[in-house]
Ligand binder design. Sequence first.
Ligand code: ADP
Length: 547
Amino acid sequence: MQGLMMDMPLLISSILQHADRHFGDTEIVSRRVEGDIHRYTYSQCHQRARRVADALTRLGVHNGDRIATLAWNGYRHMELYYAVGGMGAVAHTINPRLHPDQIAWIVNHAGDSYLAFDTTFLPIIEAIAAKCPTVKGWIAMIDADKHPVSDKIPNLINYETLLSGGNDDFQWPELDERSAVALCYTSGTTGNPKGAMYSHRSTVLHAYAAALPDAMGASSRDSILPVVPMFHVNAWGLPYTAPMVGAKMVFPGPALDGKSLYELFETEGVTFSAGVPTVWLGLLQHVKQHDLKFSTFKRTVIGGSACPPAMIRTFNDDYGVEVVHAWGMTELSPLGTLSKLAGKHQKLSPAAQQKILEKQGHVIYGIDMKIVGDDGQDLPWDGTTFGNLLVRGPWVIKEYFKGEGGDPLVYDKEGRGWFPTGDVATIDADGYMQITDRSKDVIKSGGEWISSIDLENLAIAHPAVANAAVIGVAHPKWDERPLLIVARKPGAEVTREELLKFYEGKIAKFWMPDDVQFVDAIPLGATGKILKTRLREQFKDYTLPTA
Ligand code: ADP
């Protein structure tokens, strides 16, 4: 027997429509490349998104066409998310921090038909325009009177001029909820990047899930500033979750330094934010240096790479900001787990609670996970046994765009597909997952595994350390041994011996790094994560003193 409920497809256009009707005067505030602060409302955003959709239709954009963006977090980028996805085309966000050759490769692989960009990235567009034959026009997202001129870019269109030719009586089409809405490529640390193609359905379900109290816990009382870029897995879904709950949005644009961020946090009453650990280093340094406090900032989600426990403590103890440690991936839209205390944890000592909050956390309803051995057999949830982490759920990819890399899933006895994350993890009896390492970063020493993440977290807690990375270096007897690579804080002094001493009593003896090397800066990749591939390359001729 069938249920007798309405069949309404889950479409992203309905999210912005909802925000317009029910939170119409709630603000979206953006720092712009023009240099000023722009403010308008969800109603105005919806009106402009419909105009853009109409203008793109007039340009000949069809269902399923890919429209790329190379842009900061801002209101025009938000309009494009909804205009492009809502009309049935695909919003393809590209990370501008990638090398121009990689960007051109991605544009060509995706077959983008238009590309909209913030003018900060004009030099990239000039470098790639001639190499991207599928792109029919390049759209500069800037006021018409500041429109750039370039003889290297054919068909350079102004966003505002384009928009003024669109009609705001555009009606959002009733699409199949399984149709594609957005495309994001993985960073391609191994081989070429691969595209994760999100559907309307997966995006709406992910937005619901992200809003849950034990996930991001977003509400209409929040003022949300996504520091995580809209080109890094859709700013972790916040451009969908915020309008769904009617939260105010604050976009930092190109200014991601501590001072500019702090200003916006204060002037716009920001209550909630999200970003990778490295961006918070800058903000925390700024507030500490100037002896500042946050007046409204209460919670932040930190993920993308392991959040150092010292950062959780600083936010909480010194600034009263709750850190929610989260784990996810491009292939998961991206949210998988978040760490919040459950009812049963309320009576634990602060130290025991802290241990739980340091984990990557509990799955949100919708995602299922398990750990398996190399033989594919399930491993116990005891908090110590680690294995390969597999996930499944309605916002997990089943294959990459254009079938790249073949079938990525592994199948269980019932024939259900699971996505192998490439992460090694433990899960405790309460279902809290902790990442041990990426399988390619874990250090294999004499048949035992050493977590580079744990060693990095400890090093970062040293007051003289600005950032630290640990890589495995070949060793004749042990296969691999850990090498600690450290960037000191400006003006700070610390020796190799002091750092090794700092580990004593905190780790098993065989985990002790065999050596320490100092560098000016730890190289970071396009999404702010430590570039271990670069470090391995840099230290490829290095031999351990113990070798
Ligand atoms: P990329 O692979 O392009 O860097 P993702 O942003 O999809 O892009 O990265 C996903 C990976 O990042 C995960 O598989 C995991 O290794 C790592 N990661 C994400 N969040 C965390 C976290 N909280 N702790 C440790 N690792 C994390």
